[in-house]
Structures are given as C-alpha cells and as structure tokens.
Design a protein around this ligand. Structure first.
Ligand code: GDD
Ligand code: MG
Length: 357
C-alpha cells in the first residue's frame, strides 16, 4: 500500500447544507460525534494507506487546524489549496506534485461507504485499468453520475446528473487513477472530472472499469442524507472505526446532560455539553455541541447547530437550525425549514413548512 496515495476532494462549498457550512466546510461538520472526514480517514488507514492529500479550497484552514500533520490519526496528511476552486478534475490534477506513488485513490469528501478499498484497488490491478470507478445502485439516480458498464465491467459512458437516467448504476464518488492518467488532466484551469475528464477518456478508448459494490453507501450533501447518515453511523448500519462510543440507539458525548424523562433515540447524537430536558423527544437528530432542547420540545431528523436553544414544546422536524439560534416556546418548524445563525424567534411565532419541501 506504500505505492498508493489517497486524495480527498474537500473543496466544495456545501451549499445544500447551509447555514451549517457557512463556518465549517461540509466534510468538517460533526457527524456521529466527529468531523465527517475522520470516518473516511479511519477507513483509509484501515486499508493500510498512510499518505493522504486533501484538495482544499473553501475554508481550507479548518482542515489543517484539526488534522495537523495527520500523525494523531496514524497518517501523513498534505494539504493542497486551490485559491480559486478548480472543480473536481482540476482539484485532482492540482495534487499531482504531492503524489508519492504510481496509483492514486481519489475520494469525494462527502461519501459514507462500506466499500472494501483493497478490493477496489485489486480490481483496478486485475483489469490493468487506466481508471477504475467505484459504482453503486440507487433508487433515484438523477442527482448522480450514471455509469453504464459491459458485463466485463468496462465502462461505456459517464452521464452526469441526467433528468432521465439510463441506468440506476451510479458513480459512488471514489476512483483509482494510474498516475500518468491523472497527470494528463489539464492543469491550471477548472475541470470537471465527471463532465470532461471521464467522457474524454472514454472517447479516447482508455481502459475505464467499474467496481460495482452493494455495501452501505450514502452521499451526505443534503440535510436529509446528513441526518440519516449520522443515525446509520450511530446504530452501526454504516461502518466506521472512528465512532467515539459504542454502537446503539443514541450517542451521547461527554459532558452532555440528558434528563431521565427525555427520549433520545433513532441513532441521535447529543453533542458535548448539550442538554435535553425532561419530556423532550430527540429522534434521529444531530445536536451539535452545546445545543439545548428545553422541556417537552420535539426534534426529529433535524440538525441543531452549536449552542442553539429549542424552546419548550416547540416541534422541529426535517429542519436545519443554525449555530446560536434561539427558538422560543411553542414554535413549529417542519419540512426543510432552515434558520440562519444567531436568529431569535419569539414564543409561538412560527408555523413554518418550507414551500419547496
Ligand atoms: N478541491 C476541490 N475543488 N473539491 C471540490 C470542488 C473544487 O472546486 N468542487 C467540489 N469539490 C468536492 C466537494 O467538496 C465534494 O467532496 C466532492 O468534490 C463532490 O462534490 P459534490 O458537490 O458533493 O458533488 P455531487 O454530490 O453533486 O456529485 C458528485 O458525487 C456523486 C456521488 O456522491 C459527482 O461525482 C457524481 O458523479 C457522483 O455520483
Ligand atoms: Mg456530494
């Protein structure tokens, strides 16, 4: 594995997870108790890979402040910063000078998955492939890259985000590149690996193969997927070696206080120093550090930002509440409601359901 570098693309702005991604990039949001990237790094390390290069752009400093040189995680981490975002392909090309080996294992930085990385690499070798794409099947492929293959695994097309998908087999967001193929991506300008590089490689007859896998897979780009992925990690449905506690119905971090008469379930995470009062219900939700759910409030499938307060009897469902928001008593925020950081909502002021939900 010393010949293999892991490259993680973490330069996106995470717009679909605003307002939480205003202060932290998506891969650094806490999920099941640790920044998401920790779970991915633990799987990379478990596969025996030690060198990781993070392709950063948006809020680049947040990554290096947390992970440092990587030694605390058994890794050696390099940070490469795009001053202007170069897109997925441009980001991959940009890290080329930092590669140590002849094979690069590239990841989107927001995918939670149980794929066996050694198997993916072995498949790449067996096929003497130029590029091997990790593929999975999903119920609704429209938000993803569709990747049809021949029975021998050879990729026949790469069709990013189609309104009428030709297959339910999608790009699961990890690739193995032979180094010369990676270095042939044009440098110094934005490139989409999905819309430009893969179609061009296929048109040129390159050996592009798929590794179709059916283990756990989820892209964490939307609030609904973020809370579902978090609950799956807590309950052990999604594999991770980085869970800071035992697998179970809920994860309560040190310094959190949950009243004996509160109900916390569905794989919820209660952040450090957070508080859940008597009669409150927290189900399948993520409470960031210091968040407070007052007596009798109900929080389902929602993300509650740092130090935010949910007032007594309020109902928060499928919503995103920013850091330090104060929601008074007896409010109702449902179906995709989002509240920006530091907002203050008086008692009984809101019955809100997002129009596009
Ligand atoms: N370095 C860098 N620079 N990284 C970037 C940039 C950039 O300009 N733009 C996006 N990224 C990173 C994001 O941070 C994320 O980790 C990854 O690239 C993918 O971007 P998303 O914005 O999450 O893409 P997506 O989810 O819509 O679609 C992608 O992932 C799907 C699987 O989850 C595509 O690769 C699809 O084909 C794929 O099916
Ligand atoms: Mg994504």
């Amino acid at each position: 594995m010393s010949d293999i570098d892991a490259v993680i693309l973490v330069g996106g702005k995470g717009t679909r997870l605003r307002p939480l991604t205003l202060s932290a990039p998506k891969p650094m949001l806490p999920i099941a108790g640790v920044p998401f990237l920790t779970h991915l790094l633990s799987r990379i390390r478990a596969a025996g890979i030690e060198h990781v290069i993070l392709g950063t752009s948006y809020r680049a400093e947040v990554f290096s402040e947390y992970f440092g040189d990587g030694s605390a995680f058994g890794l050696s981490i390099d940070y490469v910063v795009e001053t202007e975002p170069l897109g997925t392909g441009g980001g991959i090309r940009h890290v080329a000078p930092y590669l140590h080996g002849d094979t690069a294992l590239v990841f989107n930085g927001d995918v939670l998955s149980g794929v066996d990385l050694r198997e993916l690499l072995a498949r790449h070798e067996e096929n003497s492939a130029d590029v091997t794409l990790y593929l999975t099947r999903v119920a609704d492929p429209r938000a993803f890259g569709c990747v049809p293959t021949r029975p021998d695994g050879r990729v026949t097309a790469f069709l990013e985000k189609q309104a009428n998908p030709v297959t339910d087999q999608i790009n699961a967001g990890a690739y193995v590149f032979r180094r010369p193929v990676l270095e042939a991506i044009p440098a110094g300008r934005p490139v989409s690996v999905e819309r430009e590089t893969f179609p061009a490689l296929l048109a040129a007859g390159a050996r592009v193969f798929g590794h179709i896998d059916s283990s756990y897979w989820r892209d964490l780009g939307t609030p609904a997927d973020f809370v579902a992925g978090s609950a799956d990690l807590v309950r052990g449905i999604a594999p991770s070696a980085a869970l800071p506690g035992p697998v179970g119905r809920r994860l309560i971090l040190p310094g959190a206080v949950v009243d004996a008469d509160a109900t916390v379930s569905g794989g919820s995470t209660i952040g450090a120093g957070a508080r859940v009062e008597a009669g409150a219900v927290v189900d399948g939700a993520v409470l960031f550090d210091g968040a407070v759910v007052l007596a009798g409030a109900v929080v389902r499938r929602s993300i509650i930002g740092r130090d935010a307060v949910i007032g007594s009897g309020s109902v928060i469902q499928d919503a995103v509440i920013g850091d330090r928001v104060r929601i008074g008593a007896a409010n109702e925020l449902l179906h995709g409601a989002r509240v920006w950081p530091d907002a203050s909502i008086p008692d009984g002021a809101l019955r809100f359901s997002a129009p596009d939900a």
